[in-house]
Every structure is written in structure tokens, then in C-alpha cells.
Ligand binder design. Structure first.
Ligand code: FES
Ligand code: FES
Length: 160
């Protein structure tokens, strides 16, 4: 067992992990944040995506011990003061959520894109979301949702 400390959704957490533990397992089974979904556990589906030091990663293949001292954002961490993140609202508006299994991961990848680039083009979005499998939506709604979110974020900026 090894103790690790990292910033999770804005708060410092300390947890004991074993060498075999992945970040995904620690989030779900030790910290009880089940918004991060467990799919293939082989870095194939994107369901387990979280943001690690500003980059989206498949948490199923990140050794938990490597997260010591880093910053992790999960889907539970993006709403603020009880308000959904503009991306979450946009996914609802665009009908980009059906069974919802892929949704947390897709939203976090989209968030990582928008945190880096205010107005990404179609190719960038497709490229960044290429690691996500969705059995329900047909993907086009994801692109619509991201366009809606870009607009919402621009409006928020001009209101400030
Ligand atoms: S569960 Fe991690 S990529 Fe599928
Ligand atoms: S909404 Fe069902 S897998 Fe994507």
C-alpha cells in the first residue's frame, strides 16, 4: 500500500492505493465518484475519461500511484454552486445524451478542448473526440452540443 495525495475537483484528497490500482478504480471504488464510467478498461472506449493536469486521459489505464501531486477533474467537479456547466446544458439542449454511459467522458474531453481553445473547428473536435465510443447518438449531436456550448461561453464572457 502507498499513500497518494492529489487535487480532486478542487479539493486535496489522500487515499491508500496498491500498485495494481488504476485511477478509474480508485475514483469509483475508494472515493465513490461513480460518474466516471467503467467500460472496456483497455483504453478503447473513452467512457472513463477524466481531466488530468488539463489533459483528457483514459483513467482505466492510468496507474493511481502516478497521480500523486497532480490535479484531476471528474464529471462531478464541473458544475458550480449547483449550476450545470454550459457544456452539460448544451448536451441536454442538443439531445446529445441518450443512455448516458459515454456522456461524462465525452463532456470532459469537450471541456478539455474548450479550456484550450475558445472556438475549435470541426476537425479539432472530431479529432479530440475520436477516442469515444457511443452506442446511441450517432455522434453528430456531440458536435451540435459543443457549438451550442461555444456560443453560451461567448455570451457569458460578453455579459461580464
Ligand atoms: S474504460 Fe477506459 S477507455 Fe474504456
Ligand atoms: S449516449 Fe449511450 S453510449 Fe453514448
Amino acid at each position: 500500500m502507498q499513500e497518494i495525495t492529489f487535487n480532486l475537483n478542487g479539493e486535496e484528497v489522500t487515499v491508500e492505493v496498491e500498485p495494481k490500482d488504476t485511477l478509474l478504480r480508485v475514483l469509483r471504488e475508494k472515493l465513490f465518484l461513480t460518474g466516471t464510467k467503467m467500460g472496456c478498461e483497455e483504453s478503447e472506449c473513452g467512457a472513463c475519461t477524466v481531466i488530468l493536469d488539463s489533459r483528457p486521459v483514459n483513467s482505466c489505464t492510468v496507474p493511481a500511484a502516478k497521480v500523486h501531486g497532480k490535479t484531476v477533474v471528474t464529471i462531478e467537479g464541473i458544475s458550480k454552486n449547483g449550476e450545470l456547466d454550459p457544456l452539460q446544458e448544451a448536451f441536454i439542449e442538443a439531445g446529445a445524451v441518450q443512455c448516458g454511459f459515454c456522456t461524462p467522458g465525452v463532456i470532459l474531453s469537450a471541456k478539455a478542448i474548450l479550456d484550450r481553445c475558445e472556438n475549435p473547428d470541426e476537425e479539432q473536435i472530431r479529432d479530440e473526440l475520436s477516442g469515444h465510443l457511443c452506442r446511441c447518438t450517432g455522434y453528430l449531436q456531440f458536435y451540435d452540443a459543443i457549438r451550442i456550448a461555444v456560443k453560451k461561453l461567448q455570451e457569458q464572457k460578453t455579459e461580464k
